[in-house]
Design a protein around this ligand. Structure first.
Ligand SMILES: Cc1ncc(COP(=O)(O)O)c(C=O)c1O
Length: 388
């Protein structure tokens, strides 16, 4: 098998999706089909492994609790957050409703949205009694951040934008938006439904305050999603719903509540949904997603093989969890450079946003790929705004 054939074979994931055998599916932005790995995780969680979480004093319940909390950690890590800041919700819709209903920013009663928002990023704010200002789009279908900068003011409690548009596919400059929001004392919520299946997300780097996404667009089950929020903001918000699992102490006169995430997860949670989401994230992190990411952000053909022994300084790269082979083989890249990022190979999972040859001019991922082989195992995101 030559290099190109190997790449094509590694990228062909169709037979992992039982629902699309003999069929073409073009509706993933609405809801993605499920790979067998997710179906198996859900089957096992409802089958041989099932028990409730957080309150059982028997082994299987303890194991389920561990699995549920491991899913939370995975869902948090997927966007660069921490488990204690990550609440499982029914989906992005419920996550935005929760913030709209419970977050307050002093007496501010306006929100800044954009003309491309999904209904689930409009109606919750109306229901919560906010007045809405709408940022227009540029001619090429992006949220007009110059207009947003002019419009944002101290009456805005929050700026709430889609990270990637479900209609136009346009990608927000999220870091600039965070600055615009914070300059006027507003918080910044990102609707990441269409971003998390396609691109590397890091809430710390973006400097947002809330981030929401749905599991079913990420090859996971329906009925599960995430709200990530800064701990101080979450713990200042009153509970959204009351019930079991979210209380500290209960009397008929008064109850006190646990901190996030439990505070916002009243009742028996969607245990199996969370476990399915965990499997979906693991699957997405695997080689199967590479094609989507590469195609989404680097729509150009692969070029010649890498020069053996070539040393490339990786700048702003992160190695994702998973086994990384240590040696370089045919068509692979040996990379050395910044501390902490010193090995990149074809089969490893490496997150690269920008690259530089030692002593040379900075190259972005697109330039890099034109010169070297496009190899499985590498995930590419767009070069961050403002990087020299
Ligand atoms: C950008 C965006 N936000 C929010 C949602 C709502 O997600 P859900 O229906 O999973 O809650 C969608 C779903 O289409 C979406 O594309």
């Amino acid at each position: 098998m030559n290099h190109q054939t190997k790449i094509r074979a590694a990228l062909d994931v169709r037979d992992q999706f039982p629902a699309i055998v003999g069929w073409h599916y073009l509706d993933s932005a609405v809801s993605a089909q499920k790979p067998q790995a997710v179906i198996d995780a859900v089957t096992h969680a409802y089958g041989r492994d099932y028990a409730s979480v957080h309150r059982g004093v028997y082994q299987r319940s303890a194991d389920m609790t561990l699995a549920y909390e491991a899913a939370r950690t995975n869902a948090a890590n997927w966007i660069g957050g921490a488990a204690e800041e990550t609440i499982f919700t029914r989906g992005a819709t419920e996550a935005i409703n929760l913030v709209a209903a419970r977050f307050t920013n002093g007496n501010r009663k306006r929100v800044l949205l954009s003309a491309l928002e999904h209904h689930s990023n409009i109606v919750p704010w109306q229901l919560a009694g906010y007045d809405i200002d709408v940022v227009p789009l540029t001619e090429d279908g992006r949220i007009d951040l110059d207009a947003a900068e002019r419009m944002a003011n101290e009456s805005h409690a929050i700026v709430s934008f889609a990270h990637v548009s479900n209609v136009l596919g346009s990608i927000l400059d999220a870091k600039r938006t965070a600055t615009i929001a914070h300059q006027v004392g507003a918080k910044f919520l990102l609707d990441g439904c269409q971003a998390v299946p396609r691109m590397v997300v890091d809430v710390a780097d973006i400097d947002c305050d809330f981030y929401v996404y749905s599991g079913h667009k990420l090859y996971g089950p329906t009925g599960i999603g995430c709200l990530w929020g800064r701990s101080d903001l979450l713990n200042a918000m009153p509970p959204y719903q009351g019930g079991g699992a979210m209380i500290d102490q209960v009397t008929f006169a008064k109850s006190t509540f646990l901190d996030a995430p439990a505070r916002f997860e009243a009742g028996t949670p969607h245990i199996v949904g969370a476990i399915g989401l965990h499997a979906a994230i693991d699957w997405t992190q695997g080689a199967a997603l590479i094609e989507r990411r590469v195609r989404a952000f680097n729509p150009f053909p692969a070029a010649a093989s890498v020069v053996a022994g070539e040393t490339v300084k990786i700048w702003e790269a992160a190695v994702l969890p998973g086994p990384l082979p240590t040696g370089a083989a045919h068509g692979q890249i040996l990379a050395a450079g910044e501390p902490g990022v010193d090995v990149a190979t074809a089969e490893g999972v490496l997150r690269v946003t920008r690259l530089q040859k030692p002593g040379g001019k900075a190259l972005d991922a697109a330039q890099f790929l034109r010169g070297f082989a496009l190899v499985p195992g590498m995930l590419f995101g767009p070069a961050p705004e403002g990087t020299p």
